[in-house]
Design a binder for this molecule. Structure first.
Ligand code: B12
Ligand code: SF4
Ligand code: SF4
Length: 403
């Protein structure tokens, strides 16, 4: 058995498939593409994604002295179909992206990658692993090594598992036998582009992260743009739409590691009202060791508010009212709560908005309350109804004075 065969065998034994090996040459074209995307502002909001990071990440020799080979790896995470989000009966539920149903993949990958590095070191090679958080562009390495091909959604598609794989790589100074890039493409399909609810796939192979629900619900530390909120539906962590519609993803085998099976308290669906009420302590004990930690408590609560506004279940009104009226709450969350309440034509929701108008609200919250009341006013006028809130008549509302 050659060293290359031994490495591939070992990687497969660890659960990686497919496994490819590429020369560790600089990723010149990738560098240009990534720098252009940064320049266009498509990665704005992720302060850690810098031009310097792209420079480093596209020069394997800067990451490992005398780098010769990149072992590109895919770890499947498809574990089958489960009832998701708003498909659940009863109290409103939020949808969690498939990749986050189980254990944090970074921890799962790390252990496996260490084992591969140990094998390479036993062959007198130096080796260094990367998975997601490193500067190297995982998809570019996977593409070069023939692990998969680029979809128009920018996802790497693999033959067996479609897009349902995590990507990682090990760079080594050992000379190995290389595998070749695949000669496959999406052809005339545009399903992911057509299905993306926020039009985030601005052109084939280009995602504007600022519009992508994955960014908005996970990486984003600020508010969610008002015009995009209705498009999030009940998604509270990530988004799988461009993957769910992809024909290449039709028949993945559901034999991924048990680590990715839905974990109690997380999984495909989260009840939204308790999520909005979660304390910092509860947040940690429930989500420690899962990808959801990345969104932080405030981010998940913000997402839950938007999802509740979209779910349209009136049982959410008291908890949204509580956030809006609570002086100790973050202004960003109060502003989102005002927006969510404005989605209900429910009397109690309108009463909460009118009650808040009497308080000394932060400017952005007041502006959203005004918009929410204005929207409701228009809705009722359209339907030829009165608001019947009991608190004010339409004529007495703040609408006349502030808008
Ligand atoms: C930043 C980032 C994001 C950002 C930006 C995503 C993006 N598309 O750029 C946000 C937060 C939006 C995001 C979302 C998601 N992400 Co993400 N993300 C990353 C990260 C850290 C860097 C990606 C990057 O550099 N983007 C910048 C641009 C320049 O890169 P790119 O889009 O890949 O661009 C390439 C192609 O467009 C191609 N290209 C350009 N033009 C052309 C033209 C032709 C003809 C061809 C063929 C190719 C081509 O070349 C470019 C350079 O390689 C990687 C991990 C890593 N270290 O690489 C994970 C990673 C890409 N993410 C991943 C995942 C799983 C997701 C989500 C599915 C999570 C979810 N369910 O919510 C979504 C998917 C959204 C989507 N459609 O991409 C996986 C992807 C696995 C796979 N099978 O591809 C990765 C690899 C993490 C991992 N290690 O597994 N992510
Ligand atoms: S993850 Fe969702 S929002 Fe992002 S590009 Fe795919 S479909 Fe669009
Ligand atoms: S949905 Fe169609 S266009 Fe999009 S990645 Fe899949 S095959 Fe390609």
């Amino acid at each position: 058995m050659t060293i290359t065969e031994e490495i591939i065998d070992h990687a497969k034994g660890l659960g990686f498939r497919p496994v490819g090996i590429a020369p560790a040459d600089p990723f010149t074209e990738t560098r240009a593409a990534a720098q252009a995307r940064l320049k266009a502002g498509h990665l704005d909001g992720m302060g850690w994604y810098t031009p310097a990071r792209v420079e480093r990440g596209t020069r394997p020799a800067w990451l490992l002295k005398d780098a010769r080979s990149i072992i590109a790896l895919a770890l499947p995470y498809y574990v089958g179909k489960f009832p998701v989000g708003d498909a659940r009966p009863g109290a409103p539920h939020g949808v969690v992206s498939r990749y986050a149903w189980g254990r944090d993949y970074h921890n799962v990958l790390r252990k496996k990658l260490r084992s591969l590095v140990a094998l390479l070191e036993s062959k007198h090679g130096s080796a260094r692993f990367f998975a997601d958080t490193g500067p190297i562009l995982d998809r570019a390495a996977a593409f070069r090594a023939g692990v998969g091909w680029y979809g128009k959604s920018t996802m790497i598609l693999t033959e067996e598992q479609g897009t349902w794989v995590f990507l990682a790589e090990v760079i080594t100074d050992l000379p190995l036998a290389y595998t070749k890039p695949l000669k496959k493409s999406c052809g005339s399909c545009t399903r992911c582009i057509d299905a993306c609810p926020t039009d985030a796939i601005v052109a084939p192979y280009q995602v504007d992260a600022r519009r992508c629900i994955a960014y908005l619900t996970i990486e984003n530390r600020g508010g969610i743009p008002r015009e995009l909120r209705p498009k999030l539906g009940t998604r509270v962590f990530g988004c799988d739409i461009c993957q769910d519609v992809c024909p290449v993803n039709r028949y993945p085998s559901a034999d991924a590691s048990e680590d990715f099976l839905p974990r109690p308290g997380v999984g495909p669906s989260i009840p939204l009202i308790p999520l909005l009420k979660i304390t910092e302590e509860e947040f940690r004990s429930r989500f420690q060791g899962t990808p959801l930690m990345r969104a932080k408590r405030q981010g998940l609560r913000r997402n839950a508010i938007v999802a509740l506004g979209n779910a349209g279940d009136a049982t959410a009104v008291p908890v949204l009212r509580h956030v809006l009226l609570d002086d100790n709450e973050d202004a960003m969350l109060r502003e989102h709560a005002a927006w969510a309440l404005g989605r209900f034509s429910d009397v109690a929701a309108q009463a909460a908005l009118r009650q808040s108008w009497e308080l000394a609200l932060p400017a952005e919250v007041r502006a959203e309350v005004a918009l929410a009341l204005h929207d409701e006013h228009r809705r009722c006028e359209g339907e030829g109804q009165d608001l019947h809130t009991g608190a004010h008549s339409v004529d007495e509302s703040p609408l006349g004075t502030s808008l």
